[in-house]
Design a protein around this ligand. Sequence first.
Ligand code: SF4
Length: 352
Amino acid sequence: MNKGTDVMSLSRDEMETWMQQQSYPKYRGTQLFESLWRQRLAGYGQISAWPKELREIMSRTAPFYRLQAVTVQKAPDGTRKILARLSDGQQIETVVLPHHYGYSVCVSSQVGCNMGCKFCASGLLKRTRNLTAGEMLDQVRLANDLIASEEQGVSRVDLMGIGEPLDNYDNVVRFIKMAHDSHGFNLSHRKFTISTSGLIRDIYRLSQEKIPVTLAVSLHAPNDALRSQIMPVNRAYPITPLVEACQFYFAKTGRRVSFEYALLAGINDSVLMAQQLAKLLEGLSCHVNLIPWNPVPEHPFSPSPPKRVEEFQKIVQNRGISCTIRKELGQNIEAACGQLRRREDAAHHIEL
Ligand code: SF4
């Protein structure tokens, strides 16, 4: 048996082939996939449909590592923030959010992030590696385990945690396809949102994948001068071709694109900026999500006052563009991504 196979990142078809290569029947592959993702078993020892000998051989030759929750913070509104340890000891964050329709999970795609957005907590920790498809799936598993007593599973997945998902393109697409499998989490493609800082080339690639997920573009500024200041990625991928790529994505997938806009007092929240944003997006089938910014102590910004947020929304809406203000969840638990992990890292360094 091939030691070192990343069992948790194998699709069901690949598991079937892999089992056959080890001279086991094909259906053992499906049983393993179901054990990992539908039943969420902790190890081979729990696969009761398997003979003892097979369980022992697999435990020895193809071990897998489940994410370990280091801490779980729960806010009064039901939001849970998990700090989880990976097999190599690095840590990531996953957030489980309650909604009227059930739960969503905000999944991290990388350990750290290299995009360097000036308002973001995650960007303070540089990327050390990409997450595998299995590690992203296991965040969904962990979220489901946490809410198991409520007799409902996660019904939406947002790739909005730490990392730039399109900078880990192949693993992210693999993750979505595996989570879609009816023998696993059985989540429709429409239940996924990929949030990107605007990697244009990969938006075009994604539009060809036949996985019509929602694309959420972190825009945060309506012109290149400001966007390049607060999002360095804009220097390589400016706004006009980015909006063209979004138009193409909609034409190919039929999915309305979301634009995320975190309002920073005195930076990007003026009447003029709202007018520029409305002009930029006029005629595009899209939705604007205004985000009350969560303060990050290391950054010099402050959130726009609620009245300003509402004025901004009205200006955009009056130009015929769908625009909502995101509900703030998990206010008491350091909900800006990256904060929990940095605090733990700091505590660890002090101990050393
Ligand atoms: S906003 Fe997203 S892309 Fe930008 S630094 Fe933070 S995690 Fe990375």
